[in-house]
Design a binder for this molecule. Structure first.
Ligand SMILES: NC(=O)c1ccc[n+]([C@@H]2O[C@H](COP(=O)([O-])OP(=O)(O)OC[C@H]3O[C@@H](n4cnc5c(N)ncnc54)[C@H](O)[C@@H]3O)[C@@H](O)[C@H]2O)c1
Length: 258
């Protein structure tokens, strides 16, 4: 996988999947700039501390990022045990805002730029709410998204699923315009359960019954280093014809839902 010499921005780089992706990409010769609300736990080529739930903070962080970079990995996220408003802001509205800003700085020629968004197996039911997700996807800004959500409130119990579904729908529907006009590819990676610090929150969020149901359908939760190579691949030149997909990396768990 060729990422040698690429500059790659990774949000959520201070823990879990983001940290593992950063480590792997640096090992493969990329220069990695991390963005997180917490300090990094590993060596990076640059780091910007930012609260990605606030548009102004994202804009301020963006000013500190390199003038040009080759890929953006949106890994930062909060579980559904966090308040709905925060889940909306970090997992969807802020992510979308950062992607839109990043278009200015990603390469439009050559192999082009790449954006990788971390969705989830828990976003798999997007077809059931496609109309509402498309309507949200059409809101043109962070503020307009907040106004839409004020009129169309999302219940706390399913807010994580809702915003991961929304992320898959937005990524899929937005990707081709950006690929055709800017040469920038955008894809999602959908992990199943992963051993990271927020796994316990997911157990709490889903309840014991659902967790037990899933436990019998999979070998085990993933390790973060089983997700990172797939994210890295979608940043690399070898995936230059892959755009607009939501790629499950879940040890086959999603296949058992049919
Ligand atoms: N762990 C799992 O089982 C699992 C499964 C499917 C999808 N995911 C998704 O993978 C992504 C990474 O999760 P993880 O498991 O590595 O969790 P994690 O908690 O280890 O890492 C999340 C990172 O995001 C950062 N972050 C959260 N809110 C932020 C904010 N407002 N501003 C800046 N940074 C912020 C945290 O500081 C942390 O470093 C998330 O989007 C999550 O929804 C995780």
């Amino acid at each position: 996988m060729n990422v040698q010499g690429k500059t790659i921005v990774i949000t959520g780089s201070s823990s879990g999947i983001g940290a593992e992706t950063a480590r792997l990409l640096r090992l493969k010769g990329a220069k990695v700039i991390g963005v997180d609300r917490n300090d990094p736990m590993i060596t990076l080529d640059g780091f910007v501390r930012a609260d990605l739930s606030e548009q102004a903070a994202i804009d301020a962080a963006f000013k500190q990022l390199p003038e040009h970079f080759d890929a953006l990995c949106n890994v930062a996220g909060v579980p559904g045990t966090a308040p709905v408003d925060l889940v909306a802001r970090v997992n969807y509205l802020g992510l979308r805002h950062l992607c839109t800003r990043a278009l200015e700085r990603l390469p439009h020629g050559g192999a082009g730029g790449a954006i990788v968004n971390i969705s989830s197996i828990l976003g798999a039911e997007w077809p059931a709410r496609l109309d509402v997700h498309k309507a949200l996807a059409e809101t043109p800004s962070f503020e307009a998204g907040l106004a839409f959500l004020a009129k169309n409130p999302v219940p706390q119990a399913t807010c994580y699923q809702y915003f991961k579904e929304a992320l898959i729908v937005w990524t899929t529907t937005q990707s081709q315009t950006w690929f055709l006009e800017k040469g920038v590819r955008m894809n999602c990676v959908a992990p199943g359960p992963v051993f990271t610090p927020i796994l316990g929150d997911f157990v709490q969020m889903l309840g014991e019954e659902r967790v037990q149901k899933d436990a019998h359908r999979m070998k085990r939760p993933a390790l973060a280093d089983e997700i990172a190579p797939v994210v890295a691949f979608l940043c690399a030149d070898e995936s230059r014809w892959v755009s607009g997909i939501n790629l499950p990396v879940d040890g086959g768990l999603a296949s058992t839902y049919l």
